[in-house]
Design a protein around this ligand. Structure first.
Ligand SMILES: [Ca+2]
Ligand SMILES: [Ca+2]
Length: 350
């Protein structure tokens, strides 16, 4: 087992969450109280907590105690719940995002890492690193569904296609990616040979491509999801790339270079790196992008901080102190402002 890779125990960014249209419970979607808009959830691996960041003010608004060695975190598309995988106790804690309290604890496999939730919010897929399988949670009951799905050696990252049909799982020590049909919860085809040490995966909003970080080499592989084959040559980035997130418009991929203390930006039209790598904190782990695409949040595992990147200028606009060894980050989906009144609609259509 790759000791360094195991140490980092990296997990997946759910960039597809940006697509999750959410019906807000109030007419004030910008309010942080009582809803999920404008919040980022960060797992702090070494102090068993989750930091909640207000993405408008970039202040930490809450710290929540979770399980032992929290790793992956994902938020439901309706924004009501955050699912946190806890490596050392083999559980997933469910956080009620309205109250920022733990509402359920679900036992999964040993050393769970990445978590991804289907676009309909019905199921959560959790990669169990040590048992080489994936647990599926019914988010309505918070019970595990069926038997764990066997994948490859040391699964870490999980991403689900925007249409909800497939889950892509990185098998770090096999150098492959497994694809699960979410309707049957069966693996489709053979594992896709990708790169030396695939860590995390993100899928474009159109579902056409999956970007896989290669921790063992300084590059990113691109999978055509129609053929499940790697296309082109790996894209050279910084050292030990880990976190990967795609902008909601699908044009850019942000990659955290764990070994280079920087973030590389890939243009998805050309699959080339644009500009210079953006310096961030020590050992950047994960990346998540706000639903409006304006900001990328990067956990700095070695600096106990989160860097906020302005995606227009590709410069760091803020650095936020969080807990000890921040690993994964998930950002609440956008709230949809409901139509004001039927009368107003009639006024403009009549
Ligand atoms: Ca602990
Ligand atoms: Ca630390």
């Amino acid at each position: 087992m790759n000791k360094i890779s195991r140490l980092w125990a990296l997990v997946i960014t759910i960039s597809i969450l940006a697509l999750g249209a959410v019906v807000a419970n109030s007419n004030s979607p910008s309010s942080a109280e009582g809803g999920c808009a404008d919040k980022a959830y960060v797992t702090n691996q070494n102090d068993d907590s989750v930091s909640v960041i207000n993405t408008v003010t970039n202040a930490v608004s809450a710290t929540i105690t979770v399980g032992d060695v929290p790793r992956g975190v994902a938020i439901t598309p309706d924004g009501t719940k955050a699912y946190v995988a806890n490596g050392n106790d083999g559980t997933v804690k469910v956080i009620n995002t309205a109250t920022n309290t733990v509402s359920a604890t679900i036992t999964v496999g040993p050393q769970p890492q990445g978590v991804a939730i289907t676009p309909d919010g019905a199921k959560a897929y959790v990669a169990n690193y040590d048992s080489r399988d994936v647990s599926v949670i019914n988010t309505a009951t918070n019970l595990v569904v069926g038997s764990p799905i066997a994948v490859g050696n040391s699964p870490r990252g999980v991403a689900i296609t925007p249409n909800g049909a497939y889950a892509y799982v990185t098998n770090g020590n096999d150098g492959t990616v497994s694809v699960i049909n979410t309707a049957t919860n069966l693996v489709v085809g053979s594992p896709i040979p990708t790169v030396v040490d695939p860590v995390l995966v993100a899928i474009t909003p159109d579902g056409a491509k999956a970007y896989v970080t290669n921790f063992g080499s300084a590059n990113v592989a691109v999978i055509n999801t129609a053929t499940n084959l790697v296309v082109g040559s790996p894209i050279a980035v910084g050292n030990s790339p880990a976190g990967v997130a795609i902008t909601p418009d699908g044009t850019k991929v942000y990659v955290g270079n764990n070994g280079s203390a920087s973030v590389s930006v890939i243009d998805t039209a050309t699959n080339t790196v644009v500009g210079s790598a953006i310096p961030v904190g020590t050992a950047p782990a994960e990346v998540a992008i706000t639903p409006d695409g304006a900001k990328a949040y990067v956990t700095n595992f070695g600096s106990d901080s989160v860097s906020v990147i302005n995606t227009v200028t590709n410069t760091v606009s803020a650095t936020i102190t969080v807990g000890d060894a921040p690993l994964d980050v998930a950002i609440c989906p956008a709230a949809v402002i409901p139509p004001t009144t039927p009368t107003d609609v009639l006024k403009f259509t009549g």
